[in-house]
Write a protein that binds this ligand. Structure first.
Ligand SMILES: [Fe+2]
Ligand SMILES: [Fe+2]
Length: 300
């Protein structure tokens, strides 16, 4: 079974040093991504959550409890990535990149607003935004906190202290755009969306979640563009690999719902451990190939 940990094998993980073998895929620029943002704009507070409220109330305790990990991983995650972002805006290298990054930060705030509304109006979590967030955190795991309160916060702190450092920017984008967004968010969105569609429940949340996924694809496209540009320098490509080796064990742990170990053959929301791991692995593997990072020979 392929898993994210396969991408942390060190040794023959070389960078692609031969220019002619580098990927030639043309990626969207920050200006093109900014223009796409203008066309794809949406309002989280206009999503109708009335039917969602009825659906949630009608669910059995077990199903509700099971969904809390997936939902809370997003609610807390959206708040984390909104809060831990300003350093990247300061690290923009021109005005188009700055404009795109400002749209990304407001996207993340909008995503967090949607989840706060969902928890308040559908899940009936009372108090303030911060109270709901604190309660949502109780459904998460050590691996989750290791990644979102550990690696992400530390990489952001280093970037904020020196926005002109290419190394700090590269580390941050690897953790944020490649691991958190390009691997975990896209995997969580895929399986949670499939589950909601199959069950025919929470239509308002589903609509918002699909718009959030579209926003995330723009964010991941930016990260891929940046890393592809930098990874032409073998030393920087090696740095991206080192960062992946540091962060992927925690990321692999985030895929595992509470109460299970990574080796367990669990099922979560209708998908097996193998399906979840392989989806995450392929999401990251595909992007690393586009970026031009040499990968260990793994079948899967
Ligand atoms: Fe987001
Ligand atoms: Fe995002």
């Amino acid at each position: 079974m392929a898993s994210l940990l396969d991408l942390t094998v060190q040794g023959d993980v070389g960078t692609i040093s031969d220019e002619s073998k580098l990927p030639q895929i043309k990626l969207m620029t920050p200006l093109e991504l900014y223009r796409l943002w203008e066309r794809q704009n949406w309002a989280s507070h206009q999503i109708d959550l009335e039917s969602d409220r009825r659906d949630w109330a009608a669910l059995g305790d077990h199903e509700r409890e099971q969904m809390m990990y997936g939902l809370s991983a997003f609610f807390v995650g959206e708040e984390r990535v909104t809060n831990q972002f300003s350093g990247l805006v300061l690290a923009a290298e021109d005005k188009h990149e700055e404009a795109f990054l400002l749209t990304q930060q407001v996207d993340e705030a909008r995503h967090a607003q949607h989840f706060n509304r969902l928890y308040e109006e559908v899940l009936d979590f009372d108090g303030q935004f911060e109270d709901r967030l604190d309660r949502a955190r109780t459904y998460l795991t050590d691996s989750y906190f290791h990644l979102f309160d550990g690696h992400l916060v530390e990489d952001h702190r280093r970037l904020l202290s020196d926005p002109s450092s290419v190394e700090a920017k590269l580390d941050f984008i690897t953790t944020y755009h490649m691991v958190i967004e390009g691997t975990l968010a896209l995997t969580g969105q895929h399986f949670q969306t499939m589950r909601l569609e199959r069950r025919g429940i929470l239509p308002g949340h589903l609509e918002a979640f699909k718009r959030i996924a579209r926003d995330e694809h723009r964010h991941v496209a930016y990260g891929t563009w940046y890393l592809q540009k930098k990874a032409r320098d073998p030393e920087l490509a090696r740095r991206v690999q080192d960062k992946l080796v540091q962060t992927l064990p925690a990321a692999a742990g985030v895929i595992v719902p509470p109460g299970f170990d990574a080796e367990d053959e669990y099922e979560y929301l209708g998908a097996t451990a193998q399906e979840r791991n392989e989806f995450a692995y392929r999401a990251l593997y595909r992007r690393l190939k586009v970026i031009g990072i040499g990968l260990p020979a793994v079948t899967g």
